[in-house]
Write a protein that binds this ligand. Sequence first.
Ligand code: 1CP
Length: 354
Amino acid sequence: MVRDPSFPVARNVAAKPLLRVLHGEAVWPPPIWLMRQAGRYLPEFRAMRAQADFLTRCMTPDIATELTLQPIRRYGMDGAILFSDILILPWALGQKLEFIEGRGPVLDPIRTRADLDRLDRSRVEEVTAPVRETLRRLTTELPSHTTLLGFAGSPFTVACYMVEGGGSRDFAATRTMALTETALFERLIDLLTEQTATMLVGQIDAGAEAVVLFDSWAGLLPPSQFRRWVIKPTRRIVDHIHAARPHAKIIGFPRLAGVMTAEYASRTGCDALACDTGADLAVVAASTASTLPLQGNLDPVILLAGGETLVSEARAIRDSMRGRPHIFNLGHGVMQETPPEHVAALVKAVRTLT
Ligand code: 1CP
């Protein structure tokens, strides 16, 4: 029998509400964690920023462990997401990457076969070793009820940044490459698919109990392109992880997928579906298998605004999902201007049964 290195960690399911939901149980009240729960809205995060630039923070286990733990200490979240970034993979492949204050990530764009051939898959494992060290440390630092989450960007979303050379509203250069230089784009997607699957198995072996696949820009694609560049590579990653590490769970986040959401859920085989702000959870619940755990989807602006609306909207989402495996979260990341007290109020609202 092949030994599954993730097994000792997976045995802790009973003590971990988030992991129980990922195993199909409708836990009440639902577990909660937030996308971008570690970030600039936290004063203790801002205090660490002076110490090192963003990439150094991701790649230094002492710092990345501390940044992952900050929101756990403050709010007792049910999920701790590794402090890292989806762009660590292109950087590990040798693409030049800088995070510029006020502008976000800037990369040397990949536009030609020569640009693509310069990427070097042989260095990824060694370069990303500190990320796995961070996860190993977190397994001993986290409270016993907290689920440790690894993550990666999905191939399409990571390709968007690699081809465009940074953020964009429409990623037109990337989507043009997919249409006019399809063989080149496919080569890039294949490389990312293979590397993402391997990297996530590495994160699981280092202690991640579940992994999130962030497809932040999936919703830019029309249906035929969505099937080719989102569903197909995601299915390959999910199949690879399920075959290699049957205990690990995968949460897929096809942001802005709209009417393609149900097809994404059924065809990728992911273990849970994260819903964005615009999704109507009742509609998603009705159009997916009743056993599929759903995650989401409070508007980050409602969290920013706070007050009574925050409490009532959070409880409306929570209560509407009662009886279904559900993980409470936002529909996208915590906004920088969010007062930390609002996050405390949200956690309390979700956990208090009236
Ligand atoms: O120092 C800083 O404040 C830099 C801001 C920052 C942070 C805190 C960036 C730059 N990345 C991160 C961490 C991060 N990124 C995490 C771990 C922390 C946590 O969630 O608590 C995760 C899961 C991500 C994932 C990520 N990075 C996504 C997918 C999710 C999403 O938000 O849609 C994406 C698209 C990125 C790219 C990225 N990294 C950073 C920025 C500013 C961006 C977005 C660029 C753009 O606007 O397109």
